[in-house]
Write a new protein. Sequence first.
Length: 72
Amino acid sequence: MTGEAQGREWLTVQELAKLADVNGSRIRQLILAGELRGEKIGPVWTISRAEAARFLSVYKRRRRSKERREAP
């Protein structure tokens, strides 16, 4: 986690995007589609650490599976 994220119970969209190696707009799309639970605090979307861990686990598994299918 980034230094500023340590000790908090939540992550920002940008922090989660960096961990998932995706664009922040993709994280916002997933929140708006209901595939990722987030809470909007003022202008900032936040994601709980538990939800971020769940998302990263599923997302990385899907990504590895896709890469295996596309490999020659």
